[in-house]
Each structure stands twice: as structure tokens, then as C-alpha cells.
Design a protein around this ligand. Sequence first.
Ligand code: GUN
Length: 297
Amino acid sequence: MSASNDSQILSGKPVAQAILEQVRSQVLALKGRPPCVVFIRVGNDPASVSYVKQKQEKATWVGIKSILKVFDANGIDEAGLLQEIQKLNQDSSVDGILVQAPLPNSMDFAKIASAIQPEKDVDGFGVINCGRLQQNLPCIVPCTPAGIIELLKFYHISTVGKHVVIVNRSMIVGQPLATLLLKNTPQGNATVTICHSKTEYLQAVTREADILILACGKPAFFDRSFVKEGAVVIDVGISRVPSDNERGYRLQGDADSQSLKGYVAGYTPVPGGVGPMTVAMLMKNTLNCYHLCQLHS
Ligand code: GUN
């Protein structure tokens, strides 16, 4: 076997598909109206437009109703968005609310996320779900971290006793993922390091990782000089870089996959790695929120 065949490509597609099929059959078996999720997008960030579209497509496929509310970045302020969320919180036909990040700088994403009723918080970013995650209580787990855990499980990549280094400290990825990996569970029990923009000797730290999780939006920045031989690399980064194809861009992860090929044990492709997992876990969360809303009605 040539060296370039030695690294396993950890595709998210079959894992996501299995989850979507499970959600689809559970939705099909429900009595009464289907679950309903509302997506809120402020502005026209091209990546956000694309992500929300993918979420809506998968919602349709699994039988979840989705509604998209788009606001002009200049046409709504934080108070207005909070009012919209209040209306949706009170609407018993809505089971899930998702505000796509990033929001305009004038808005506080954490504050907006926490305005969503916890039972409808499909992203799990609100203060109640975050706190419940920290305290090991039942909660809605953020989709990307939950998806990464499922991906590692599917490919039998054990985290127990392993050093996991995460290059991201956000409430969307780094913090909840660290919490999950630290739990005393079969998919946890890792030793976790979080790196960020002020981390000194980044390369020395990432080279210590048995499992390296990249989510800092630096296209192809992490070549093999940042990685220990035989490590597993999970690439959450997804940047648009100029390309002479018909779209004018291509998607590029934080990892330089050409450099990693044949050197690491495995890595997730971009696209087709973590991205599909995030969307699949969102569908699972939406179904969970539907059940929570039924209990609370
Ligand atoms: N922006 C990037 N990732 C996410 C996500 O998982 N949820 C939301 N709401 N916005 C995002």
C-alpha cells in the first residue's frame, strides 16, 4: 500500500445519513402535526445562506416543517429580534427556534440565544442548556460538538485517556465539545486542551494531540508540522477560497489535507466531514425539542 493510502478519510456522510434515516422514521411514526422549526437569518452572509438552505433541505427530507425568517441587517435591531423570539416562544405550533450565527456586531448572540425558551433551543446555546450540559443534566447538546462525538464513535476512535486539543473556544464548538470530552463516559474521559488566538507556542501544543480538532477558520493553515504522526484530525473549519471554477470559490478546511495524507491515522474531509454531522444532529435535536414541547404544553 502506498503511503498516501494510509490515512483513513473520516467521511461524515454515512454517519449523518444513518442519523437522518432514524429521525425520519421516528417523525413518520408521530401522531398529529409534524415537528416545526423556525430558522432566523439576519443579513445575507453567503455562508449562512448556504447553511440555512442545507438545514431546510434536510428538515424537509426527514419530515420536519421549517420556516425561514430573513431580516435585513439594517431593518432589525437586538430589541426587535428579541421580540420576534418572544412571539415564537409563545407560538404552540413552533417546537424549535434557531438563530443563525454570525449576527451583526451590534447584536449579542449569547443574549439572543438565551432568549429562546430552553425547550425550543434546538442549538442548545442558551444559558439553561449550557448550564445543564455543564452539570451533566439532560439537555439539548450543541449540534457540531454532538456530531463530532458521534463521528468519533462511528469510526471507533476512542477518546478515553487521550489528549484532545481543540483550536476554538466558542460556545458553538470549543466549550461544549470540551465539556462532552471531559465527561466520565465511553465517548469522553479525554484530557482536553483548548487553544485560541492568544495561545503561545500553538504548534508545540497541537503537536501533543492524539486527536486534534480544528475550528479557527484559517484555510489550509495546519500542515503536518502542527500534527503528531498517527494523530486523528477533525476539521471543523470551512472557508471559501478563490478558485477558477464556475462558482469562483471552493471550500477549504483549516487542515492542509495534502500534507496530512499518509502521515495521520485519519482526517475528516472538507466538505463532507463535520458539516453533514451538524445538520443531522440539528434534526435530532429538533425532534427532541418537539417531544419536550409536547410535555410542557
Ligand atoms: N453558525 C455556525 N455554526 C452554527 C450553528 O451550529 N448554529 C447556529 N445557529 N449558527 C451557526
